[in-house]
Design a binder for this molecule. Structure first.
Ligand SMILES: [Zn+2]
Length: 462
């Protein structure tokens, strides 16, 4: 029987849902990196046969969303189906998988609900959810349902865009949102890769969206990043839609970066409950450190991706500035009256990390009223020389990777996740950050002090 050439091609795109992505990339962007499965079937004795997979292909980043599958086959007319799975070596997105959760909930419900709130049970729950075998769905983005089938040759399906009211799964609300999440997270993965090989996400990131844990009430459930399996759970239930919050979506991803670059340790179940309660003092500094870092790193990533500051509430008008707080603000807004309390508060840590990374501190005052440190009119005396110990973004990230000792790099441990531990690492790892800088940072953060940066960082030049 005569064999002929068949080529099926198309482009896969997404209509952006996040305003930030629309503003940065335009209304629609091509997608890349995930699996595309092309299937065909032919009519045998007047009946359409089973779908047969012709190929699985991955769209390259520079192919503008284009995919193509070519085969030599018989000339018989065929119908085609194209499906995608949001899965690669770097990232996978799992869907709801409701039946599996219900199964677990039946097994655990009574025992867990009776004692929910104790850390031991939460740790067990965390480990239990870690072992669930989630699945990445195949989304059908094109299927020939009618007609006698297509002829051999080049078949161009044109643009297949995840957008509202599109046919098949292209128009499915969840599939569309997963496609957008794929685009966003791929940008973040690329950003960290661009900083250098040691800063990239070093394991596959798994995301479960939508997530609705039947063990937890809809009002108390919150999105979280699981430190056991490095998986992000984005909650959607009858009370909350965390997907709508790009700040949450990025914040959780920064938790994963921190987990991947610090020592893996037990007792991390706080993540299951912390988000309902982030604005309180924590007993353990490492909880506040993880929370503060995830929040601060999301601000950094947001600025780098979108060229502007995030705002305090989604869609709000008050910018989150990349500067530390004034002492009076730490006290008036968060009730922090000494260094030890700053160390145990997530927004205390946001301020610490901003202080470490703000250049030219000597131009600012930490005293007086107002949210952020303000520029002073008074210039440092010409006869003085002033240090600028500011860490770059990668300097700060490097504090996770090594403590500066020769030999194998030593990752940040939970027992070092406090102000003095982190500053010790900075002194050891960052050349421009010396003991003078360490002393200055502690003084400038202290809500009870009144020192100015130039008192701490400048000296006579003679
Ligand atoms: Zn968090």
């Amino acid at each position: 029987m005569a064999q002929v050439g068949w080529t099926l091609r198309g482009r896969i795109l997404v209509e952006h849902l996040f305003q930030e992505l629309t503003d940065t990339y335009g209304a629609i962007s091509p997608l890349a990196g995930f699996r595309v499965r092309v299937q065909a079937r032919e009519r045998v004795a007047q009946v359409w046969g089973n779908w047969k997979t012709w190929d699985n292909v991955i769209i390259n980043e520079d192919d503008e969303g284009g995919f193509q599958v070519s085969k030599i086959k018989s000339h018989h007319k065929r119908r085609f189906r194209v499906q995608v799975q949001f899965k690669s070596a770097d990232l996978v997105i799992f869907g709801a998988n409701r039946s599996l959760l219900q199964q677990v909930s039946r097994a655990l419900r009574l025992r867990v609900l009776r004692s929910l709130g104790t850390e031991l049970v939460l740790d067990q729950l965390l480990q239990h959810f870690t072992r669930l075998p989630y699945q990445a769905d195949w989304h059908t983005i094109h299927v020939d349902r009618t007609g006698n089938g297509r002829r051999a040759g080049v078949i161009d399906l044109g643009d297949l865009t995840f957008e509202t009211n599109a046919p098949d799964d292209l128009g499915d609300r969840i599939a569309h949102r997963q496609a957008e999440l794929w685009f966003l997270y791929s940008r973040v993965i690329a950003l960290f890769k661009s900083l250098g090989p040691e800063y990239r996400f070093n394991k596959k990131i798994a995301v479960k969206y939508p997530h609705n844990n039947p063990l937890l009430g809809d009002r108390i459930e919150a999105s979280y990043a699981n430190p056991e399996n490095h998986m992000i759970y984005i909650v959607e239930n009858s009370a909350v839609d965390d997907y709508a919050r790009i700040d949450y979506v990025l914040h959780e991803m920064m938790h994963i970066w921190a987990y991947q670059h610090s020592r893996r340790e037990k007792g991390m179940a706080w993540q299951l409950i912390i988000h309902g309660d982030t604005h309180n003092l924590q007993n353990r500094t490492w909880v506040a450190f993880h929370e503060g870092f995830a929040e601060w790193a999301y601000h950094q990533v947001y600025r780098r991706l979108f060229g502007r500051n995030p705002t305090i509430s989604a869609g709000g008008t008050t910018d989150i500035e990349p500067r530390p707080y004034k002492r009076s603000h730490l006290t008036s807004a968060y009730g922090l009256s000494n260094l030890e309390q700053v160390d145990r508060h997530d927004w205390g840590w946001v301020s610490i990390l901003n202080l470490l990374t703000t250049p030219n501190l000597v131009n600012y005052t930490f005293n007086g009223a107002g949210r952020h440190i303000a520029r002073t009119r008074a210039r440092p005396n010409r006869a003085t020389i002033c240090d600028d110990p500011a860490l770059s973004f990668t300097d700060l990230l490097r504090l996770f990777l090594t403590d500066g000792r020769p030999g194998a790099a030593r990752q940040l441990r939970r027992s070092e996740m406090h102000l003095s531990g982190v500053l010790e690492r900075a002194v050891a790892v960052v050349p421009q950050f010396d003991r003078t800088a360490q002393t200055a940072v502690l003084s400038l953060l202290d809500p009870a002090a009144t020192t100015m940066p130039r008192d701490l960082l400048c000296r006579p030049s003679r």
